[in-house]
Design a protein around this ligand. Structure first.
Ligand code: 2AM
Length: 181
């Protein structure tokens, strides 16, 4: 079962982010209902392992915290792959990320050791850009550099099942873990 752990965004925040990318001249927008902040991508895992992981995730104790989005960015350098909203690296967020990875380790799930760059992917980009498209993308970023970005309170995180279909992925909530004092 293809799964990942993420922070869901409140509907008004998803809406605001969806509005923000409306002027993007090309690329494949992430469907509004799928906008999320990935804490860990688990890939394909047996259901039994996900059940064990669920138990470990249920044991995480953390308080709700405020999350801020702080700008737009592009992954992929000269071959842009994705447009994202950058998320401020606050201590509560980094700590939750560490706890999630710890829970995965406890069930012998090895996650790649890449640096955590918290973000919300807004659109997939084609990678190879013509000079015209590169210019359009640059203009889009320049025009949106000062766009106000929403913040919100994180009250929980979620284990998702990602179901791949012909029109992209559909995300189904397997379990949600509340944060509480
Ligand atoms: P991203 O779009 O925010 O980068 C669920 O598939 C989520 O897991 C994706 O939205 C993606 O988050 C993240 N992810 C990280 N590594 C991935 C990979 N190798 N393949 C697919 N998704 C990955």
């Amino acid at each position: 079962m293809r799964a990942f752990i993420a922070i869901s965004l409140p509907a008004p925040v998803r809406q605001q982010l969806a509005d923000l990318r409306e002027a993007l001249p090309f690329g494949r927008p992430v469907p509004e209902e799928n906008l999320h902040l990935t804490l860990a991508f688990l890939d394909d895992q047996p259901e039994s392992l996900l059940r064990d992981l669920h138990e470990q995730l249920s044991l995480i104790r953390a308080e709700p915290f405020e999350l801020s989005l702080c700008g737009l960015g592009i992954f992929g350098g000269p071959k842009p792959r994705a447009l994202f909203a950058e998320v401020e690296e606050s201590e509560p967020l980094l700590s939750l990320h560490r706890e999630v990875r710890r829970a995965a380790r406890r069930v012998d799930l090895t996650l790649p050791r890449e640096r955590f760059r918290p973000h919300v992917t807004l659109a997939r980009l084609p990678g190879q850009l013509s000079p015209l498209r590169a210019r359009q993308l640059q203009l889009y970023l320049e025009n949106h550099i000062a766009a106000p970005l929403p913040g919100f309170r994180v009250e929980d995180f979620t284990l998702f099942h990602s179901i791949l279909g012909r029109d992209g992925a559909r995300h189904e909530e397997l379990a949600t873990y509340p944060l509480s004092r």
